[in-house]
Write a protein that binds this ligand. Sequence first.
Ligand SMILES: Nc1nc2c(ncn2[C@@H]2O[C@H](COP(=O)(O)OP(=O)(O)OP(=O)(O)O)[C@@H](O)[C@H]2O)c(=O)[nH]1
Ligand SMILES: [Mg+2]
Length: 198
Amino acid sequence: MKIPFETARFITSALAEKEWPHLKSPKGTLFPEIALVGRSNVGKSSLINALLGQKKVAKTSSIPGKTQRMNFFLIDEQLLLVDLPGYGFAKAPESAVIDWSRAIDTYVKTRESLKLLILLIDSRRGASEEDWQIITWANAKELPLLIILTKTDKLSSSELKLAITEATTSFGDCFPFNIYDKGARRKLILAIQKRIPT
Ligand SMILES: Nc1nc2c(ncn2[C@@H]2O[C@H](COP(=O)(O)OP(=O)(O)OP(=O)(O)O)[C@@H](O)[C@H]2O)c(=O)[nH]1
Ligand SMILES: [Mg+2]
């Protein structure tokens, strides 16, 4: 699907299933959807901004747990992109953590219009237990999955090489990314386009 990632229109912020939007295209079908998932603070909101070449589409923060709801954006009037709340954030009240993880779990397992899951993993930390749950589940469901190693600017080139080798060995293809790499946006768009069926 040839999405240029030029415009983003905020649609809604949701958590419970009944709040999720069911937006239809002029053709009368649900818009295809891609979602970003990953640990809190891994760089999901920052990646959305980089993808759109705009600073303020998704709110970012150095404090983990910034995105506490699912934020739905309509991209180029063609595709829904969802910024999911991050998991593994220990400082939020326990009940809130349970609500988030339940909502994310239900979302990735049941959302019919979901066409691609983008899993972000911090290049310095490797995959967590929750990341592995997502990988295993996506493989079982044959849902296209794009794994991105984030914050690669924090690694030396030899550390990065090692991180990529380790990631490739344990879960296959991955895409190294950092928000300061000017060439990354175009490559990322191509990687996403390649994985969304037309
Ligand atoms: N050095 C560096 N910092 C980054 C990069 N991407 C994100 N950050 C920083 O990491 C912090 C968290 O980024 P966010 O994009 O808010 O992370 P998030 O995954 O949306 O976090 P939650 O909303 O809590 O789930 C911010 O301080 C960002 O500026 C990167 O590529 N390199
Ligand atoms: Mg966020």
